[in-house]
Design a protein around this ligand. Structure first.
Ligand SMILES: NC(=O)c1ccc[n+]([C@@H]2O[C@H](COP(=O)([O-])OP(=O)(O)OC[C@H]3O[C@@H](n4cnc5c(N)ncnc54)[C@H](OP(=O)(O)O)[C@@H]3O)[C@@H](O)[C@H]2O)c1
Length: 398
């Protein structure tokens, strides 16, 4: 029997890679719903190829355009719009697996809905856990939901913990490529452009996560994500710079053993692992040639160069909605940087100012989380406007 799949964020990097893996195993999986925000052309092409039952575009104008185009070619596809429709296709009965690959806080409600409906959730949208770790994990426990991490690092840790005595794990070593600015002159960082920040040396990713990788906030969000996924604390997680991105993470055990998961940097590996778990299926990924790679390097992460990493550790230690505030401020700052309204080095400053102006509180309900998320977004926007009242930080002067 084939398994019904909803892909939230189908038009993004993870969404496209998921369809690529499913394409290799077509009878095994059935695409029931594809979602996007505004990318009409891309979702239209995917609808022609996959004929899902539902296509959701969050943006109402985009949905109207898609509906009109599909009326001629595929009138059976129901085109929906709005966040409620994302929730609907993430939790409907016919769905077995939900790939949660929307970027940012927009992914929280449908991903949580999938967890609450007891679907097998493939979690790429790390922001869900950063925003609402306790609420999310409570839903997972209550429904006995199978939650499989798709972030390559967490997928590696999951594999290294599998079948082991979890209590015997001493430390998680979370690897990081260090992004495009690992060795960039510190004084030149203020002038890097969005294009430079998005040119990741090892991974092809969406623009927001690419900037997060460049500031290393991505690694910070991953530390928080790992705490929730593996029920641990930040002091048991060490970030290890590993520029080749071949070892995706490691777990150190009390007997001195260190287990690692290796592979070429290709998201189809964790996606295939998540789709088929506990089995394994082919992913179309090139075999790893260690002889050709020859050398693997490691070093400590530099929190002076990457203050966002320090802020994320501090936020997780503070607990409650502090990580919600961190995530919201980061999203606003990154969006402003991508619009050339903010310098690269201002991203950490805006987050720090927002954290200083809004105290976290116990994250006991979704309402509280969404309230602090909204407040933090407003405060971050105000901080940007105070920094650059004219909206002109004179970027690209390098
Ligand atoms: N890319 C990677 O290698 C990678 C690795 C690990 C984890 N992740 C995580 O996976 C998630 C997706 O990353 P990505 O690189 O695939 O991002 P991406 O390429 O930017 O794609 C984002 C997807 O989310 C949709 N989207 C954007 N804003 C939305 C909104 N407000 N409401 C509903 N849908 C919205 C986009 O639709 P449109 O196309 O219409 O804008 C697109 O389908 C992120 O949380 C990221 O941290 C990614």
């Amino acid at each position: 029997m084939s398994l019904g799949v909803t892909i939230l964020g189908a038009t993004g990097t993870i969404g496209v890679n998921t369809l690529n893996v499913i394409q290799q195993h077509r009878p095994r999986y059935r695409v029931l719903a594809l979602t996007a925000n505004t990318a009409v052309d891309k979702l239209y092409e995917q609808c022609l190829e996959w004929s899902p039952r539902y296509a959701v575009m969050v943006n109402a104008d985009a949905a109207a355009q898609l509906r009109q185009r599909l009326q001629l070619s595929n009138p059976d596809i129901e085109v929906l719009s709005g966040v409620e429709s994302l929730i609907q296709v993430a939790s409907m009965d016919e769905v077995d697996i939900v790939m949660a690959a929307i970027v940012g806080g927009a992914g929280l409600l449908p991903t949580l809905a999938a967890a609450r409906a007891g679907k097998k959730v493939l979690l790429a949208n790390k922001e869900s856990l950063v925003m609402s770790g306790q609420v999310f994990m409570d839903a997972v426990k209550q429904q006995n939901t199978r939650l499989l991490p798709i972030d390559s690092e967490h997928n590696a840790i999951f594999q290294c913990l599998h079948g082991q005595d979890k209590l015997a794990a001493r430390k998680i070593l979370l690897t990081a490529s260090g992004g495009p600015f690992r060795t960039h002159p510190l004084e030149a960082l203020a002038h890097v452009t969005p294009e430079q920040a998005c040119a990741h040396p090892k991974w092809v990713m969406g623009r927001k996560i690419s900037v997060d990788s460049a500031t290393m906030m991505n690694k910070g969000l991953e530390v928080i994500e790992a705490c929730w996924l593996f029920d641990t604390t930040p002091d048991h997680i060490e970030v290890l710079i590993h520029p080749q991105s071949i070892i995706h993470s490691l777990v150190e055990y009390i007997d001195g053993s260190v287990l690692a998961q290796l592979g070429n940097p290709d998201m189809r590996t964790p996606i295939a692992y998540g789709l088929a778990w506990p089995e394994r299926i082919a992913a179309g990924v090139e075999p790893l040639d260690l002889k050709a790679i020859a050398q693997l390097d490691f070093s400590a992460a530099d929190t002076d160069r990457f203050p966002c990493l320090r802020l994320a550790y501090e936020a997780m230690l503070a607990g409650g909605t502090t990580t919600t505030i961190l995530n919201a401020a980061n999203e606003i700052a990154v969006a402003a940087f991508l619009q050339a309204r903010l310098k690269f080095t201002d991203i950490a400053k805006i987050i720090e100012t927002t954290l200083a102006n809004l105290s976290g509180r116990t994250a006991s309900s979704l309402e509280i989380i969404l309230e602090d998320d909204a407040k933090a977004r407003d405060l971050a926007e105000e901080a940007i406007q105070r920094l650059y009242p004219s909206h002109s930080p004179l970027l690209r002067t390098a």
